[in-house]
Ligand binder design. Structure first.
Ligand SMILES: Nc1ncnc2c1ncn2[C@@H]1O[C@H](COP(=O)(O)OP(=O)(O)OP(=O)(O)O)[C@@H](O)[C@H]1O
Ligand SMILES: [Mg+2]
Length: 264
């Protein structure tokens, strides 16, 4: 029996643009989505939809993140994240560099694949991230955080004092777990953390970097930790991001963190 939410009209779905509609239709054609219920958030690089899903072992409600191909030119100022990455063959690389429309399609699918792979790795590693189920060249279908509405971003949540400390600890544990998988989120902030049932869920991973390849990893890690620690000052918690990162990085360099093979 469909849940009540599946019976409600989806006015927000009228905002869907044609490109997104095509991307969503692929999942409907595959038989894993039945309906688009609404827009969760339209961002610069992607739009996230709340959808009714139906596949074996899957949840009834899923989130679909559809990447925008036209909006990719300044995607998270890509250079700093792509350093150390090899982009496909020469032809693909030139198309991406010249930002032709084919190049943008290739770039979009690279970011989608990257986010899907990172989410898969981290979810199976036990980190607090959405569970990814399916991906196409344009979109990722993953677990939805929330109920009728999406779980709020940490930025917009007023935590009770007793919740703040454990939530910060859990976020720092997640940062360490990411590094255990040779990953630095690289765009971590209270906007990319959702809070559901007092627990954090870290989202938005396409720009994640591998410290074994990317020379900017340590400073990106430091920025991530600083963004998180700074947020908790409002709850009277003074967390020393620099010290946390120095110690974590020292252990990482010694091989005491980083026990998984990672994405390679
Ligand atoms: N799995 C999910 N469940 C519920 N809501 C989600 C999920 N993933 C993303 N969202 C919502 O969609 C918003 C945008 O997602 P995300 O940060 O991944 O995309 P983005 O395009 O990079 O956005 P931005 O540019 O705003 O960071 C999130 O802030 C959150 O509100
Ligand atoms: Mg985001």
């Amino acid at each position: 029996m469909p849940s009540p939410s599946e019976n409600t009209p989806a006015p927000a779905a009228r905002l869907v643009d044609q490109e997104d509609l095509d991307a969503l239709q692929e999942f409907i054609d595959e038989g894993v989505l039945t309906r688009v219920l609404g827009v969760v958030k339209a961002g610069k690089e992607a739009t996230v939809y709340r959808c009714a899903a139906r596949f074996p072992g899957g949840p009834p409600i899923a989130a679909v993140k559809v990447y925008r191909s036209a909006g990719f030119r300044d995607f998270k100022n890509s250079a700093v994240y792509l350093e150390g990455q090899v982009i496909g063959n020469g032809q693909a690389r030139r198309a991406v560099e010249k930002k032709t429309s084919a190049g943008r399609e290739i770039a979009a699918s690279m970011w989608v694949n990257r986010e899907f792979d990172v989410l898969s790795e981290l979810h199976s590693g036990g980190a607090d991230v959405p569970e990814p189920f399916f991906a196409t060249d344009r979109a990722i279908l993953m677990s939805f955080a929330g109920g009728e509405a999406a779980a709020p971003q940490l930025q917009h949540v007023r935590l009770a004092h007793h919740e703040a400390g454990p939530l910060l600890d859990r976020l720092l544990w997640n940062i360490e777990t990411f590094l255990d998988h040779h990953l630095v989120h690289a765009d971590l902030s209270p906007f990319n953390v959702l809070v559901a049932d007092g627990r954090p869920l870290v989202i938005d991973f396409p720009q994640a970097v591998d410290p074994r390849k990317n020379p900017n990893a340590r400073s990106l890690l430091e920025r991530d930790a600083r963004n998180i620690c700074r947020h908790f000052a409002r709850y009277g918690i003074e967390a020393d991001a620099e010290r946390f990162v120095s110690e974590l990085w020292r252990r990482y360099r010694l091989g005491e963190v980083g026990t998984f093979a990672g994405l390679g």
